[in-house]
Design a protein around this ligand. Structure first.
Ligand code: ACO
Length: 427
């Protein structure tokens, strides 16, 4: 490709530099476009716009590739651990054994939350959605940890990052415990990051909780699969919130709010609800017909992706993990059979083939989380827990990027032109 893009507007020619990344499509640098031409670009949903430079995650949607710092997601899910992936995302390289041990130790030292935060929980209704609690409590961390809110101090940024990664499982487990009316459990730092979370969620003070290693491994893998996904809606929200200089706890709360939506993190909850509604494979054609009907707003939840137009590599790992968990627990679930059949039918249907709609990571994650024992309302919370690592890494990268500016998109104004105010009695 040439290193300049030609642009013509109102009979005048303009040249814009073309930037190349290490891999992936080139990018036309239009930062001077408005200053030189007086025109903006129009790109709702940012489908053609790179909002930043990033070295963290690369996705090739057509090829179904997802790399974290260059490492394929399949390899990481297979061979790595969530703590190792967290280190990788934050620091750019895989850790040595000593570095990994040190990082895991640091994270476990921060797993407890301020005791007064427990009181804060009690202000919520018992039937509050745990994501509502997460938005509130994570935002409230900035009121408890003043000493790590100076974003200009690298040391404070690091402490805030470690605190967020360490405390989010504790807060997520507390949100669950609160909803079922059981006492909160303090973290047990002798356990792994994921084992500790499982114990805080499913353990009770009256009994010894044994972490099932197979479930621990599956859960850890689910966390790896959700750890980061470049500039998705919630990550862009975290970056946009952070671009104004807001503290990291507040930024993460903004990310959690965005993730909650059914088109994003809420999709696995919606996908499982849909699978339950379908119930048995014989009802699949009815739902496929609805998904194809332009007059029906129904969509196959867990299908389609803004970026992946071939397959979602995370969905492949997730499907395999469901099988493993079912074998370990020695259970079968008709919902999983429905999911497999639905995937098969949809993938041979011309509508889904033409529109390049494939199962995304959320299609199978609900099935597995439900088998592990999580209620559907906790699914997006688990996503938020894992994605905190990505949000934190992306937020840190943004803060240290010399090109970083406050995010301020422009608009195509289509409202009324200037007019004079008419007093209310004369309208
Ligand atoms: N079921 C039926 N039709 C669909 C679906 C679906 N799940 N997804 C997209 N389509 C159709 C649309 O109706 C549209 O048809 P048209 O061109 O005839 O108007 C076409 O495919 C393109 O869809 P868009 O919504 O324009 O695609 P976009 O890239 O903006 O949306 C999205 C991606 C939001 C994920 C969409 O596929 C969707 O709503 N899927 C269901 C929700 C879901 O699973 N979300 C999880 C995303 S992954 C994640 O957050 C981890």
């Amino acid at each position: 490709m040439t290193d300049t893009a030609k642009f013509e507007l109102a009979g005048k020619d303009f040249d814009y530099p073309v930037l190349s990344g290490s891999v992936g499509p080139d990018v036309v640098d239009i930062r001077k476009l408005y200053g030189q031409t007086g025109a903006f670009t129009y790109d709702p949903g940012f489908t053609s716009t790179a909002s930043c430079r990033s070295e963290i995650t690369y996705i090739d949607g057509d090829e179904g590739v997802l790399l974290h710092r260059g490492y394929p997601i399949g390899e990481l899910a297979e061979k790595s651990s969530f703590m190792e992936v967290a280190y990788l995302l934050l620091n750019g390289e895989l850790p040595s054994q000593d570095e990994l041990d040190g990082f895991s130790r640091t994270i476990s030292r921060h797993t407890m939350v301020h005791e007064q935060l427990a009181t804060f929980f009690r202000g919520f209704r018992r039937d509050a959605h745990p994501m509502a609690i997460m938005c509130g409590v994570v935002g409230a961390l900035s009121a408890f940890y003043h000493d790590s809110t100076d974003i200009h101090d690298p040391q404070q940024r690091m402490i805030a990052s470690h605190r967020l990664i360490a405390k989010i499982p504790t807060i997520a487990a507390m949100a669950y415990k609160y909803s079922v009316g059981q006492p909160f459990l303090y973290p047990d730092n002798s356990l792994s990051y994921t084992g500790n979370f499982l114990r805080m969620t499913f353990g009770v003070p009256a009994e010894q909780y044994e972490v099932n290693p197979a479930i621990e491994r599956a859960m850890d893998r689910i966390f790896i699969l959700h750890a980061d996904h470049e500039q998705n809606a919630s990550t862009s929200t975290v970056r946009l919130a952070g671009s104004s200089g807001a503290n990291p706890f507040a930024c993460m709360a903004a990310g959690i709010a965005c993730l909650w939506g059914p088109a994003h993190g809420g999709a696995n909850e919606a996908a499982l609800n849909m699978l339950h509604e379908i119930g048995t494979p014989d009802r699949i054609p009815e739902f496929i017909a609805r998904a194809k009907d332009k007059n029906d707003p129904f969509r196959l939840m867990g299908f389609g992706h803004r970026v992946y137009k071939n397959y979602d590599p995370r969905a492949t790992v997730m499907q395999k993990t469901v099988r493993e968990v079912f074998e370990t627990l020695n259970v079968s679930d008709p919902v999983f059979e429905t999911a497999l059949r639905l995937e098969e039918i949809a993938l041979s249907d011309p509508y889904f083939i033409e529109k390049k709609l494939f199962p995304n990571v959320d299609f199978y994650s609900g099935v597995i989380l439900s088998a592990i024992g999580f209620p559907t309302s906790m699914f997006t919370v688990l996503f938020a827990l894992a994605r905190t690592v990505g949000w934190v890494a992306q937020w840190n990268e943004m803060i240290t990027d010399p090109d970083q500016k406050i995010g301020r998109p422009r608009q195509l104004y289509t409202g009324p032109t200037q007019r004079s105010y008419v007093p209310v009695g004369e309208r």
